[in-house]
Ligand binder design. Sequence first.
Ligand code: G3P
Length: 217
Amino acid sequence: MKFFVDTAEIDQIKELNDLGMVDGVTTNPSLIAKSGRDILEVTKEICDIVAGPVSAEVVATEADAMLVEGRKLAKIADNIAVKVPLTWAGLKTCKTLSDEGTMVNVTLCFSANQALLAAKAGATFISPFIGRLDDLNMDGLELIEDIRTIYDNYGYETQILAASIRSANHMSECAKIGADVATAPASVIKAMANHVLTDKGLAAFLADADKAGIKIV
Ligand code: G3P
């Protein structure tokens, strides 16, 4: 499973990228606003750091205007994936941009039917939002499973990009289901390293090393 980091914070991207933990980046208008940076500038900077796809989202709602924005975003770098919302206008924009050879990430997906439409519109990525479904007592991971089944039934090449990931557990569950990509905040990716038994075991090893006076350098 590929890891995308869901942020527009340059320091976080650099740190994970240096460790080989970043196969791509996703941003959205809320994350860009949080960074306090200009969207074109910060997106270009991210594209220069990360070799994989960098999603940048349109803010227009009509297809014609989305297309103008999408084409402008696509010009930032070769690794841009234009992010469009899963609306009828977004699907139209997806089809046109995909036909032009631009990667498209269709976002705000909350149902298997929406994911089916995105695949037919030629989306490179579909972004089902796990956490926001879980917040409503619905099952975000079940949606990932349903989309996996549907795409595999028909050989759709659209990649499932599990989004709105809130916990390390979501990451392993997505990998078990076979999501192609999971995008998560840097804090969640880092939390995947944590285990209470690792901490406990390390404390015991260090106490023994201290008692025995073990020194390596
Ligand atoms: O970028 C989309 C997504 O990952 C948003 O996550 O936590 O705002 O639901 P969240």
